[in-house]
Design a protein around this ligand. Structure first.
Ligand code: AR6
Length: 173
């Protein structure tokens, strides 16, 4: 089965995919940006579950229920803080996408939406982050996978245009 990959512009907390991904920090105890929005929309039960997870390493991911969200699950991943690109940031960012997809498949999830991980408070340049996001997801779905839909949920028209351009580039790049 082929997986549908596409970008859209919107608030990830409103999506009806089976899972949404949170760009969290290593405490998994909430924060600003998309993390704050997800915790507000999911409700206080989310923080209670997150407290039991013991944090998360950069590049890794952990799953919780979605509580008051339409999404049934939240996959929390911790992107790298941008330090100029020579401190394994590209590998760590790729790992966020890969680990989130691995956990999704292991949990029987068939549709998932990602925010632009690390490109807000963590300062990762948007264009290279989009290239890594699309490349990593494409590599993952190139193998047999039950995933039906992977959405790149942008929060600005500018990010959306960036993703649309990267998605339209040949897959081999
Ligand atoms: N829906 C979709 N995307 C959003 C939303 C939303 N509701 N809100 C923001 N974005 P950021 P990071 C976009 O800063 O860079 C937190 O405090 C935003 O425009 O949320 O990975 C955590 O606790 C940007 O494109 O995440 C960590 O401490 C993208 O989401 C730290 O920030 C990521 O921006 C993580 O930083």
């Amino acid at each position: 089965m082929t997986t549908r990959l596409y970008a859209m512009c919107g608030d990830i907390t409103m999506l009806e995919t089976e899972a949404i991904v949170n760009a969290a920090n290593s405490s998994l105890l909430g924060g600003g940006g998309v993390d704050g929005a997800i915790h507000r929309a999911a409700g206080p039960e989310l923080l209670q579950e997150c407290r039991l997870l013991g944090g998360c390493k950069t590049g890794d991911a952990k799953i919780t229920k979605g509580y008051h969200l339409k999404a049934k699950y939240i996959i929390h991943t911790v992107g790298p803080v941008w330090h100029g690109g020579k401190s394994s940031e590209p590998e760590q960012l790729a790992s966020c996408y890969r680990r989130s997809l691995e956990i999704a498949v292991a949990s029987g999830i068939d549709s998932i939406a990602f925010p632009c991980i690390s490109t807000g408070a963590y300062g990762y340049p948007a264009e290279s982050a989009a290239e890594i996001a699309v490349k990593t997801v494409r590599q993952f779905v190139a193998a047999e996978t039950p995933l039906k839909e992977v959405i790149f949920c942008c929060f600005s028209e500018q990010d959306l245009q960036l993703y649309q351009r990267v998605l339209n580039e040949p897959a081999a790049k």
